[in-house]
Write a protein that binds this ligand. Structure first.
Ligand code: GLU
Length: 454
């Protein structure tokens, strides 16, 4: 292509940026960068009743975060004079007229500006959907402005695409039905018709409309939950597009190099949060150790960070957290659900009774509190025999495991593990011995025996 490619992303600031919208931004951006073109961000804020500054800020922040940088920026609300001139000229030339009518919904207004429809067939070639033809007769003389100062969507889109030299309009397929009107306006103002690429809708995994419940969170929300921008960019680029092989992990540079509209599918695209999470984890795995540790650290609560055991145990706990999470926000979830504090915080006397109820410590047929207490007493005896320096995962396992084998693994290992973590699920008891160290391990098991024998 010899002509310089110019595309635009034209969001209306009437809500937070959702998957369908930022996917459009990503496709336009990748296409533009692939062709060394220019990317315009245009805020379509003519709907004053629904626009909000916070939504515009959200759009700007979100795109910036994702790395979708624009070359030019416009706000339609600042271009009213330009639109007015076009309306005047269109009326002068007979392409539009002021129509006196009673419009109940529009308050006091008694006229609108209508486009004089030449009632003809309009056809265009859509880069994704192929040739499309419409008979515009049914559209009648449609409204293009409520007033000279209040142009509506179809008119401003056409004027702006023309003035900004947009060569390719990449937008959601819900805009296909708007295209014939827009082409008629282009013809009236002497604007070329840009190339159109109407991209498929984004649906939830059950092929219904995306909604919050179905994983369609705003970009801001994904960001808040600790998703990585590389993962989001990579994932969203593949919602409705694929590189033609089974490669799934693609950097921004890869995406720019590989992206083409030819490989955008026609059918609806599926947004699958499970897949996004998986991809996020793949990116986390690629992070340098120091970086992911920092990310975990940032999300740990004060009560853990201030714990005297924190420095000593953190290096052993970080890899456990790392294995369990797919997004960094899950660190906060883990800590809220009490899945982290037991690594660092010794339960108080009072808490012990809550955390270690005898019925949770006992496990197995014919097992009583007394028999469990006896088993734990034997476990302490074995652990006491291990020198501090060998009190590791392997060291403790070597000594305690034969006893567990002899008695029945669950009967020994369950209460031992439960005494150490106070949780139904936690790392195995030897890993916990390793993290907690000899004194703390023995202390906690003794507490459990106390509870069992009271
Ligand atoms: N402002 C329109 C929207 O948010 C997009 C217009 C267009 O891409 O032509 O749906």
């Amino acid at each position: 292509m010899s002509q310089k490619i110019i595309t635009r992303f034209a969001p209306s600031p009437t809500g937070f940026l959702h998957a369908g919208a930022y996917r459009t931004a990503v496709f336009s951006y990748l296409f533009t960068k692939h062709h060394n073109g220019s990317f315009v961000l245009r805020i379509e804020d003519t709907d004053t009743a629904r626009n909000k500054k916070e939504y515009e800020d959200d759009i700007l922040d979100s795109l910036q975060w994702l790395g979708i940088h624009h070359d030019e920026f416009f706000r339609q609300s600042e271009r009213k004079e330009i639109y007015k001139k076009y309306i005047e000229t269109m009326i002068e030339k007979g392409f539009a007229y002021v129509s006196k009518e009673e419009i109940k919904k529009e308050g006091d207004r008694d006229s609108v500006i209508r486009f004089k429809n030449p009632n003809k067939k309009v056809s265009f070639h859509d880069l994704i959907r192929g040739d499309i033809e419409f008979d515009t007769t049914d559209l009648g003389d449609f409204i293009i402005a409520k007033d000279f100062d209040e142009p509506i969507f179809h008119l401003v889109v056409v004027i702006d695409d023309f003035e900004m030299g947009i060569t390719h309009v990449i937008r959601g397929e819900d805009h296909i039905s708007n295209t014939p009107r827009q082409i008629l306006i282009q013809q009236a103002i002497g604007a070329p018709t840009p190339a159109y690429a109407h991209i498929p809708l984004v649906l939830a995994t059950d092929r219904t409309k995306l909604s919050k419940r179905k994983g369609a969170l705003s970009l801001t929300e994904y960001r808040r939950r600790g998703y990585l921008k590389q993962a989001i960019l990579n994932y969203i680029a593949m919602v409705g597009w694929n590189p033609g092989d089974d490669k799934e992990i693609l950097s921004e540079t890869d995406l720019i190099n590989l992206f083409s509209l030819e490989r955008v599918q026609k059918g609806a695209a599926i947004f699958d949060e499970v897949k996004l999470k998986w991809l996020n984890k793949e990116y986390i795995k690629k992070m340098p150790e120091e970086e992911w540790k920092q990310e975990i650290l940032k999300r740990l609560p004060e009560e853990i960070l201030e714990c005297s055991s924190f420095e000593e145990r953190k290096e052993k706990v970080f890899p456990i957290i790392f294995d369990r999470i797919s997004i960094f926000g899950e660190v906060e979830e883990m800590s809220e659900q009490g899945e982290l504090s037991y690594f660092f915080i010794t339960p108080t006397e009072l808490e012990t009774r809550d955390i270690l109820p005898p019925e949770k410590l006992r496990k197995g047929k014919d097992v009583t509190s007394t028999s469990t207490a006896n088993i734990l007493t034997k476990v302490i005896e074995l652990l006491e025999s291990i020198p501090e320096t060998s009190f590791t995962k392997e060291g403790t396992r070597e000594i305690v495991f034969p006893y567990a084998d002899e008695q029945g693994r669950g009967i020994v290992l369950w209460p031992m593990r439960y005494a150490l973590s106070g949780r139904e699920k936690s790392p195995d008891p030897f890993e916990l011995c390793d993290i907690l160290g000899k004194n703390e391990t023995i202390f906690r098991i003794k507490k459990a025996i106390e509870v069992l024998t009271q």
